[in-house]
Design a protein around this ligand. Structure first.
Ligand SMILES: Nc1ncnc2c1ncn2[C@@H]1O[C@H](COP(=O)(O)OP(=O)(O)O)[C@@H](O)[C@H]1O
Ligand SMILES: [Mg+2]
Length: 264
């Protein structure tokens, strides 16, 4: 059951869009995928049509877990229009950053909660907030992999290097954490700058760069406004093609990782 955090500290990189549509693409490949909204902004929950904060959500269970009252994520999982089950977020989650600071094992609270779901899903995808605080650290400590979406508009090397610094720190807490890869989003093949950025990133990160690039597509934004994924909204769009290709590339990559681990 790989747990994958979709993370990068910059907002507008395509984290939420990628979490949602990659999950939908994996679901179409027959995978049982759970979505986990770890961002207090709740954009993923909103993009799945959850407009009113559910009474039970990630924050309520996190609070129970911290207080030793047994947080139960199973209790908050809701079905959505796209057919993907979701652990919804809420704005109060922003306060959890502060609350966690005084908790023993504060970096591991998501891990304890997710352990109780072991074996129930083929994949869990966590949409992280656009900052490296306690919530993102909790997500990374609970994860097997990180997937980093990068906006193709400008060279994100500085932000990436700072992220790698945090990755190395988190890796000490979670030795199994691996970078699954980097994927360019809002890509426009016609723009020289976009092509150059892909080449530069390939030089820096080699095969960690996904060959699939998510093209700019207004349909992706529209699907979110409609509260669903791109396959339900417009299965013939570039967005649907690109996320299907990303899912296929990701599955191939995971098979290679699993084979390498088995060979050790
Ligand atoms: N490939 C794309 N083409 C066009 N718009 C996109 C694309 N990916 C994301 N967007 C839009 O860009 C904005 C930011 O994307 P989002 O996924 O919310 O980023 P993040 O979660 O990293 O802040 C959203 O309005 C989203 O609809
Ligand atoms: Mg987001």
């Amino acid at each position: 059951m790989p747990i994958i955090s979709i993370a990068i500290q910059k907002g507008g990189s395509g984290k939420t869009t990628t979490t949602l549509n990659l999950a939908a693409a994996l679901q179409r490949q027959g995978k049982n995928v759970l979505l986990f909204d770890a961002d207090p902004q709740a954009s993923l929950s909103e993009a799945l049509g959850v407009r009113d904060e559910p009474e039970n959500n990630l924050f309520t269970e996190l609070t129970r877990e911290i207080k030793g009252q047994g947080g139960d994520l199973q209790r908050v999982i809701i079905p959505t229009k796209s057919g993907l089950p979701l652990i919804p977020s809420s704005i109060e989650l922003a306060g959890a950053e502060l609350e966690l600071v005084s908790v023993y094992g504060r970096e591991q609270v998501f891990t304890w909660m997710l352990d109780k779901l072991a074996g129930k899903y083929d994949f869990i995808l966590i949409d992280c907030p656009p900052a490296i605080g306690m919530l993102t650290v909790n997500a990374l400590v609970a994860s097997d992999f990180i997937l980093m979406p990068l906006q193709a508009e400008f060279l994100p090397l500085k932000g990436l290097r700072s992220f790698m610094h945090h990755f190395n720190a988190v890796h000490k807490l979670n030795r199994k954490l691996e970078i699954l890869g980097f994927v360019l989003t809002r890509y426009d093949q016609r723009k020289i700058m976009n092509r150059e950025i892909f080449q530069l990133l390939e030089q820096e990160f080699g095969e960690k760069m996904f060959q699939t690039r998510i093209r700019s597509s207004i349909q992706l934004a529209k699907a979110q406004q409609e509260g669903t994924d791109i396959f339900h909204y417009d299965p013939h769009s570039h967005g649907a093609d690109d996320y299907a290709a990303l899912a296929a590339e990701l599955l191939t990559r995971l098979e290679a990782v699993t084979a390498a681990q088995a060979a050790v």
